[in-house]
Ligand binder design. Structure first.
Ligand code: NAD
Length: 395
């Protein structure tokens, strides 16, 4: 394919949508990807109106079915290279499946879909059709998450013993859904959100951060899903104690009722030789603590291989990932851009008929999405049995 920018089609994004907007900015970050089309709203008339008033010209469609069907007859330079699914969880599976079958790559919001059955179908289809599939676990896109992954997986903290991975928010501490607030209403509805509210929405991010940084998998868990706000159907507080496949233990916890907490996602990893602390609200820094030594604070853009902790042979692809100089802060949009940038590499390879990675090292893939659903379903089951230790299924 020529070096034209990749063409992206949005599914969702109209009328007060949230996450479509950080994504569309991130898509345009490098000039090598652009949003060209959108099916932005469930009602076809409003979808077309929303597309007509989009901040730059895009082809509007009344539905994602129309957008996917129209793609086949477009000239090559206008065809969609991937779709971005930014709809509520119950509108992930269908557009993802249809896009793959139409030969369009998929970048989908988390959680991957509503349940494990849908997730298994998506994994099978993406393998069978060999289509790139990314899942938008934002926080792996921070350069410091990449550095944390390298440090833990290279064994620089020794053997991992204990991990605390968390995501605390306070925005659902009251019954916000009763006011009709758009993002709250579908998140507390099991038909539109899935089997867990808080766990599915943000517990999956904490899980992904744990798996991405440590490379470890949960084998068994004991969960307590709680609902503090009266009358709410799904959990707003989610606490999971985990056994990991190297014998370590972990806590994956999430809450939406912690008044004052905004997007307090973070991870602490404790190994036999030292520990690591990372917080997404201060994403430019990674703290390393070693016994009887002052804390080491690594800033993105200011890491020197061979400094006595980070070895000289730190992988060159990690050090070469595009960043701006230290102290000019990167944040949420940069993390999204890094995910889209890495997904673009795989989409271009796929389009050229070459082997592409899609291996979870640069962005979460469909198997990671499946693991998120396996985690949620197992946690719901364990909690229903008062926290009984329950094994996770294997893909
Ligand atoms: N990665 C992250 O950090 C992050 C953050 C927030 C939300 N999310 C995920 O993103 C998704 C969307 O969340 P949100 O908060 O942006 O929701 P939202 O309610 O703000 O936006 C959803 C959009 O989807 C549209 N939509 C619904 N059904 C549709 C259909 N059939 N066809 C076309 N458009 C349709 C709505 O009109 C709206 O534009 C969810 O899966 C959520 O879990 C991820």
């Amino acid at each position: 394919m020529s070096n034209r920018p990749l063409n992206v089609g949005l599914v969702g994004g109209g009328k007060g949508a949230f996450i479509a907007h950080p994504h569309q900015r991130a898509i345009h970050f490098d000039g090598t990807r652009r949003v060209v089309a959108g099916a932005l709203f469930p009602d076809p008339k409003i979808a077309l109106e929303e597309a007509a008033s989009w901040p730059y010209p895009i082809r509007g469609y009344g539905s994602y079915d129309d957008m996917i069907a129209a793609n086949a007859s477009l000239p090559e330079d206008q065809k969609l290279d991937y779709i971005l699914i930014v709809t509520p969880n119950f509108v992930h599976y269908d557009p993802a499946m249809k896009a793959m079958k139409a030969g369009i790559a998929v970048f989908c919001e988390k959680p991957l879909c509503l349940n494990l059955k849908e997730a298994s179908d998506l994994v099978k289809t993406s393998h069978k059709l060999n289509v790139p599939f990314g899942v938008a676990h934002t926080y792996l896109g921070h350069w410091t998450s990449r550095l944390a992954r390298y440090i833990v997986r290279a064994g620089l903290l020794g053997e991992v013993r204990w991990v605390d991975s968390y995501y605390l928010q306070g925005w659902l501490a009251t019954k916000l859904e009763a006011t009709g607030q758009q993002q709250a209403t579908w998140r507390v509805d099991p038909k539109r959100a899935g089997g867990s509210g808080c766990g599915g929405d943000i517990g999956t991010h904490a899980l992904m951060q744990l798996r991405y940084v440590t490379g470890l998998e949960i084998t068994e868990l004991s969960a307590q899903l709680e609902t503090f706000v009266e009358g709410r159907q799904l959990d707003d507080h989610f606490t999971v104690y985990c056994r990991l496949n190297n014998g370590a233990r972990a806590m994956v916890r999430a809450s939406q009722i912690c008044i004052g907490s905004k997007n307090d996602l973070g991870i602490n990893v404790f190994g036999t030789k030292g520990s690591l602390e990372w917080k997404q609200e201060e994403p430019e820094r990674l703290v390393i603590r070693l016994p009887n030594q002052p804390d080491r604070v690594y800033w993105r853009g200011a890491v020197t291989p061979g400094d006595g902790f980070i070895p000289k042979d730190v992988p060159s692809d990690l050090m070469a990932e595009p960043t701006i100089p230290a102290g000019h802060p990167e944040a949420f949009h940069d993390a999204f851009a890094r995910l889209h940038r890495c997904f673009e590499i795989d989409v271009r390879r796929w389009k050229a008929g070459e082997k592409f990675a899609c291996d979870g090292s640069k962005y979460a893939n469909v198997e990671d999405g499946w693991t998120g659903l396996a985690f949620i379903e197992t946690a719901v089951k364990s909690s229903a049995s008062n926290g009984k230790w329950t094994k996770l299924p294997k893909l």
